[in-house]
Design a protein around this ligand. Structure first.
Ligand code: IVH
Length: 694
């Protein structure tokens, strides 16, 4: 993904937008759902910028699912009710040093018309990087708790919040008619590390769980559980610090008094909250920075709030942040250690990600042994080598990043790192397609790192649609070793007794499951091809392949023949309308892996995909190979191709001796001449319509 946007042709732009959409979506999933980033933030931002630049030049090519249409990482709406906040939940402006903070105080004085040296009182509060929530109390009773969401509307997570022991259910009188109490839900460092280790062990055992990268993600994930019993097992804590909507009066004139009232009501208020002045704030900042590593929870700075509430009211807000408060952030915590190994982890989608193994070092109170290296380009950029002394940094995440190499300490003879060419989990080829940053394992069907995810896809609604084989049951069958490959599913009958011995697996359940499996022994070819989970072979492409090759046997033979570059089978594959060279490449890579072929054949012994309907086998177009060129007047070439395919024709992109018909529209290029030379029948649009009855 390089070269100037100005020089792109329309076709190149379209191809690149598709590639960028896929790469950005994959990166979003890796980052937000799996908490395992595969690319650096800089690369990710560069992709989004390039996507935007191409879209600006070719607005008509903007994809329906373009990354520019969705907010990055927007979480999919889960099964929670929406909760509108009485008063929006805003954010804070950041400052990073004493000068910034002095500017902030000066702005306040200027706005209020105070003298340059007028005293200003603030409350300083440690800024915990957790999840902000809003708790509504009506007539003193806790009635609703919500996440921040977009600030105006969050998700109603009341049931989950009720599992937090420190959350007051009732306020002691006197209380206002209605009040929104705002605060932060978080996990202590030690609790987070224990939870992370538990999740990692479950994942290693084949369970489909998320291993959170930081306490914030862990807290967010815990609060968004569908089952409050699960949330109850997570040791979530709460600090209260702000007010939202209020109906009625409160006997407080300062933020300090408000914090005291919260304490009297039974809320936990951070014990390090303290009154400071504009002049003493830097001392507080330095003192807390020194304490930071020893605190039981992660903090990323200090929030300073003007103490006098009437002054807060006069100052109000600019944009989405108050004029009367600011977050003074700490620099990321850094440490120096020696890198002893570069390990390769294989993700559930086959992505190979390198990570640094280091001599254990304490970074901000957390002992770390691993750092993420993101990808090969990042390793090359850092030029990090085994034995190097490296500076690492923790920015919120417990897994730190390698910032730089201390070249002066490089051991003699250290050599640049070379990426692996095989997958460490299964030994299949690991390939990095041109224009992509991620190297991937091609052993889709056999790689243990990908197996469970593949099985879940294989059995899904839109693929083999096997009733009773959802993620949860597959997880168990996988963990117990009964199902490791798709073919194993169809041999599950041999384990009927084992299944019957499992808790909750009665005769009816087991026999229903086995019957549901048997009912899928002759799936439509297109579903079967989609179910294989070959990269880029989604529903649509599987359909195109099934229509073109008609049977599993024919497809298999053609794919094996297509392994040879320049072969007729390879050309034919690449010229199927809608397939194209990049997809052909993925298919060839899949078949280049003998183990994939063995797994496919194993599966073919168990089931027989039904040949795809060949369309109207009697019509003039049945079994014919048709090529379209030039622009048609009454329909697009894609539409015409679809009509031809429905009538049993194969649609190809280039003319060869095997072509039966060339359909020419306006402004046709050289194909007509080639067709004539090869003796191929040339049809105009009207003749094609007549033949197709369209
Ligand atoms: S006050 C209008 N106080 O920081 C004031 N926020 O960057 C809104 N946070 O979304 C927030 N500790 O999640 C406030 N003592 C504290 C805080 C705090 C952590 C978080 C909060 C907020 C974010 C703003």
């Amino acid at each position: 993904m390089s070269g100037s946007v100005e020089s792109l042709t329309e076709a190149e732009a379209a191809a690149e937008l598709a590639r960028l959409a896929e790469a950005i979506a994959a990166a979003d999933i890796a980052y937000h759902q799996n908490d395992a980033p595969e690319v650096t933030d800089a690369e990710y931002d560069a992709w989004r910028q390039r996507n935007a630049a191409i879209e600006a030049r070719f607005p008509h090519l903007i994809l329906q699912d373009s990354p520019s249409r969705a907010a990055p990482g927007a979480a999919p709406a889960a099964g929670f009710a929406k909760a509108r906040h009485g008063v929006p939940m805003l954010s804070l402006d950041n400052v990073f040093g004493p000068e910034d903070f002095a500017d902030f105080s000066a702005r306040i004085r200027r706005f209020l018309g105070l003298a340059e040296d007028a005293p200003l009182g603030f409350m300083a509060e440690p800024k915990i990087d957790g999840l902000s929530i809003s708790l509504t109390y009506e007539q003193g009773v806790f009635t609703r708790g919500a996440t921040r969401g977009d600030g105006a509307e969050g998700e109603d997570v009341t049931a989950n919040l009720l599992t937090i022991a420190g959350l007051p259910r009732r306020l002691p009188a006197p209380f206002p008619a209605l009040i929104e109490v705002r605060g932060e839900v978080y996990l202590d460092k030690a609790d987070f590390l224990a939870f992370q280790a538990t999740q990692a062990a479950l994942l290693a055992g084949g369970r489909r769980v998320v291993v959170p990268a930081n306490p914030r993600n862990a807290a967010a994930g815990s609060l968004r559980q569908k089952d409050p019993a699960v949330t109850a097992t997570r040791p979530l804590k709460l600090f209260a610090y702000a007010m939202g909507a209020l109906e009625g009066a409160l006997p407080v004139a300062t933020h300090g008094a408000w914090l005291a009232l919260l304490t009297a009501w039974g809320f936990a208020v951070n014990p390090r909250s303290q009154a400071v002045t504009a002049e003493t704030a830097p001392d507080y900042q330095a003192a807390l920075a020194a304490e930071r590593a020893g605190l039981p929870y992660d903090i990323d700075g200090v929030v300073y709030k003007l103490d006098d509430l009437s002054l807060q009211a006069r100052l109000g807000f600019v944009g989405r942040a108050p004029r009367w408060a600011v977050a003074w952030k700490f620099p990321a915590e850094q440490a120096t250690t020696v890198l002893t190994e570069i390990q390769i982890q294989v993700g559930r989608t086959g992505a190979l990600t390198p990570r640094a193994v280091m001599e254990p070092v304490n970074v901000g109170g957390v002992l770390v042994r691993h750092a993420t290296l993101h990808n090969e380009d990042e390793i090359a950029r850092l030029d990090v080598r085994i034995g190097d002394t490296v500076v690492i940094q923790r920015a919120g995440d417990v897994i730190p990043q390698v910032v730089e190499v201390v070249l002066a300490k490089r051991p003699e003879g250290a050599t640049p790192w070379t990426p692996p060419t095989t997958c460490p989990a299964c030994g299949s080829h690991a390939i990095r397609p041109p224009d992509e940053v991620v190297r991937r394992c091609t052993g889709g069907l056999i790689c243990p790192a990908q197996a469970l995810e593949r099985l879940i896809h294989f059995c899904g609604r839109r693929t083999m649609d096997i009733e009773g084989l959802g993620a949860e049951n597959l997880e168990r069958l996988f963990a117990e070793g009964l199902v490791r490959t798709p073919a194993d599913i169809f041999r599950l009958g041999r384990h009927r007794d084992t299944l019957l011995s499992w808790d909750g697996w009665g005769e009816r359940k087991v026999d229903n499951l086995l019957a549901a499996i048997d009912a899928r022994r002759a799936p439509p070819l297109e579903r079967f091809l989609f179910a294989l989970g070959i990269r880029r072979i989604g529903e649509q492409n599987a359909k195109l392949l099934a229509r073109h090759y008609h049977s599993l046997a024919e497809w298999r033979a053609a794919m094996i023949a297509a392994r040879i570059i320049g072969s007729e089978a390879r050309e034919a594959l690449g010229s199927i309308q809608g397939i194209g060279p990049a997809i052909a490449e993925e298919l060839v890579e899949f078949f280049a892996e003998d183990q994939n072929l063995a797994a496919l054949d194993d599966l073919a012994r168990e089931i027989t995909p039904a040949a795809a309907e060949a369309g109207d086998a009697s019509g003039a177009l049945a079994g014919k190979t048709v090529v379209f060129t030039g622009s048609l007047s009454g329909m697009t070439r894609d539409e015409a191709g679809a009509i031809a395919e429905r009538l049993g024709a194969k649609v190809a992109k280039s003319v060869s001796a095997k072509t039966h018909y060339l359909v020419v529209g306006a402004d046709a290029g050289s194909k007509a001449a080639k067709a004539t030379a090869l003796g191929v029948t040339v049809l105009d649009e009207a003749a094609f319509r007549a033949l197709a009855g369209a």
